[in-house]
Design a protein around this ligand. Structure first.
Ligand code: URA
Length: 438
């Protein structure tokens, strides 16, 4: 290592507000990967980046170095265009489960490597694992062969993608350096671009139930994600979506799988389908299998009406060892021991359904984790959730709570009674799709 690349020198350059050179960025990411930088040096560097920022070219170099710190998939065996979607996370966001087979049914391969839920947002892997037998731990060879054969795989990380991110994310978590756009870009994109995709569509959420609640910051993040992915040769677009109330009417793993199956059968909730079509249209446009938005929409709708997307979901489940009969008999999904409604306290209109508060109630029921090692209960959660603007009669159910214990039911009822506000006057839900960038 040359003298100028001692960690303390690189840290000082960023501390003093300079743009780092490619060699300096490489040294930092290598230091995180091979342990040659101590945790205190990595942490100091993270704080320097947090305070001083990174230019767009630095962010792109950082992202690429992070991606190359681990396994980068080669899917050249797959002849179809390869597209993926990433969501920054929300409450009731089950869109990947039905969007991936819809897009695959339109001729675009979807090789999706997802994560588990932590905190108030759910994870695609946890939802899929509520399907009896479903394996998310395919080997890379199985993943590659499956994407070639059926154009679709939804798996967890079985090879080490972006190990530098694993190290840096753990340090960011304990040094108050998570909320930093260049670091978030490097973290999200290093893992997604290592999947072997050609194009990427991002669902960047804002609002109470989102990772980045502030809309202006979410726009900044979306624009940085699109620029960096594009600079790295992967055309990308971001759809900015509101996450103030939960998406759809179900929150909880098996309940969300059942709702996704409804979406594939053409009877999904309007808000969930609005986000699904918005993302799917951009995926088909970027993959160049649709010439216009209207054409993309038409193909996606046809995948539902023809049953092709539902059949693709059956194929996916069977290919990954799951019981595909859940598609026709959702009662084969895990069922909670107890169910109980939350009654509307008065007649009127639903004025608010606080996504974050609903997520906390679902966590209390056992649908999510507060620590990575927590076990989750796939059956529990909330279904038939009322939506903002709906009229309700006094005593009518505002949602149905699914639980494994009567005590949890009572606690969730109390929490949800505060999350869902019924008032005298009607209100309109704010627009769901804010804008599309890229
Ligand atoms: N998700 C990630 O994977 N990384 C971040 O930094 C933030 C959200």
């Amino acid at each position: 290592m040359s003298a100028t690349l001692f960690p303390q020198h690189v840290i000082a350059r960023k501390r003093d507000g300079h743009a780092l050179t490619p060699d300096e960025i490489a040294a930092f990411v290598r230091g995180a990967t091979d342990g040659s930088w101590a945790d205190y040096q990595l942490s100091a560097m993270l704080m320097a980046i947090f305070l001083r920022g990174m230019t767009p070219p630095e962010t792109a170099l950082f992202t690429e170095a992070m991606m190359r710190s681990g396994f980068v998939a080669d899917l050249s065996n797959v002849k179809r265009p390869k597209a993926d979607k990433h969501s920054t996370g929300g409450v009731g966001d089950k869109v990947s489960l039905h969007l991936a087979p819809m897009v695959a049914a339109c001729g675009v391969a979807v090789p999706m490597i997802s994560g588990r839920g932590l905190g108030h947002t759910g994870g695609t892997l946890d939802k899929l694992e509520s399907i009896p037998g479903f394996r998310v731990d395919l080997t890379f060879a199985e993943y590659r062969a499956q994407v070639e054969k059926i154009g679709l795989a939804l798996i967890g990380q079985t090879v080490e993608l972006a190990p530098a991110d694993k190290k840096l994310y753990a340090l960011r978590d304990v040094t108050s350096t998570v909320e930093c756009i260049p670091l978030i870009c490097g973290s999200i994109l290093s893992k997604k671009l290592a999947e072997g995709i050609d194009t990427l569509v991002l669902d960047v959420k804002f609002g109470r139930g989102a990772f980045m609640p502030d809309r202006a910051r979410a726009v900044e993040l979306a624009s940085a994600l699109v620029s960096v992915a594009t600079a790295l040769g992967k055309p990308a677009r971001a759809v900015l979506t509101a996450m103030d109330q939960p998406l759809g009417r179900a929150v909880g793993n098996a309940l969300e799988v059942a709702e996704s199956i409804d979406c594939l059968k053409g009877r999904g909730p309007a808000d969930t389908m609005e986000v699904t079509f918005a993302l799917g249209e951009q995926m088909l446009l970027l993959a160049k299998v649709a010439a216009t938005k209207a054409d993309a929409r038409h193909q996606l709708e046809a995948s539902l009406t023809s049953g092709a997307a539902l059949q693709k979901f059956r194929e996916l489940i069977a290919a990954q060892g799951g019981d595909a009969r859940v598609v026709d008999e959702p009662s084969r999904l895990p069922q909670a021991k107890f169910t109980g409604p939350l009654a509307a306290p008065r007649a009127g209109f639903v004025q608010d359904v606080n996504a974050l508060a609903v997520a906390h109630a679902a966590l209390r029921l056992g649908a999510g984790r507060t620590k990575a090692e927590d076990k989750i209960d796939h059956a529990v959660g909330v279904s038939a959730l009322a939506k903002i603007g709906e009229r309700v009669a006094a005593g009518a159910p505002l949602c149905l709570i699914h639980t494994s214990s009567k005590q949890a039911l009572a606690e969730a009822q109390t929490m949800l009674a505060q999350a869902i506000v019924v008032g005298e006057t009607t209100v309109a839900a704010p627009p769901l799709i804010d804008q599309i960038l890229g």
